[in-house]
Structure formats: structure tokens, C-alpha cells
Design a protein around this ligand. Structure first.
Ligand SMILES: [Zn+2]
Length: 100
């Protein structure tokens, strides 16, 4: 889990989950010192890659002609795993970073 670059507050999984998947946006506010931070380019790429696995998995299962129930269960489990894992790949910085 990332820590605040201003006050070293250690973010909880729930705080990061809320900011990246519920509220969305690149900025992350520290609840302790109210400092603003941004996602690093590496964190953005990791989150994008993690979420991109779901449509790729869907296409793969469709090509493999997996039964609908199996496809649904696999996609639900994969989506839950991606959502649970997402806060762990977050890194923060105080500067805007370009993706490329
Ligand atoms: Zn802070």
C-alpha cells in the first residue's frame, strides 16, 4: 500500500479502493494531512493492464467456446480478483507523469 509523500500516512486498502475505483480520477487526497498526490505513470499502466485482462479473458473464453455459466463464473472471479488487487499496485507521486 502506498504512503503519503507529505506525512507518511499509510493508506488502507479501502481508502485506495475508494479513490481509484469509486470516485475515480488521478488525484489521491491524504485523509491525515489533506495533501494531494497523483498516481505514478507506472501505477496507471499497471491498473490499465489489470483491467484490460477482463475483455481479453472474455474474448479468449468466447473463442474457446466455453459454456456461458463457466464464462460468467470465470469473469466474475477475475473481476473480483482485479478489483481486490488494484489498490496494491498503486504508487503515488507529487508530480504529473506522462504515460509515454
Ligand atoms: Zn498525508
Amino acid at each position: 500500500m502506498p504512503t503519503c509523500i507529505h506525512c507518511r500516512h499509510s493508506f488502507s486498502w479501502g481508502e485506495i479502493f475508494y479513490r481509484i475505483l469509486v470516485r475515480k480520477g488521478d488525484d489521491i487526497g491524504c485523509p491525515a494531512c489533506k495533501g494531494k498526490m497523483l498516481l505514478t505513470a507506472r501505477a496507471k499502466k499497471r491498473l490499465f493492464s489489470l483491467m484490460s485482462l477482463l475483455p481479453v479473458l472474455f474474448v479468449f473464453l468466447t473463442i474457446a467456446k466455453a459454456p456461458e455459466l463457466v464464462t460468467t463464473i470465470i469473469l466474475l472471479v477475475a473481476a473480483a480478483a482485479a478489483v481486490i488487487t488494484a489498490p496494491f499496485v498503486v504508487e503515488v507521486t507529487d508530480r504529473e507523469q506522462t504515460l509515454f
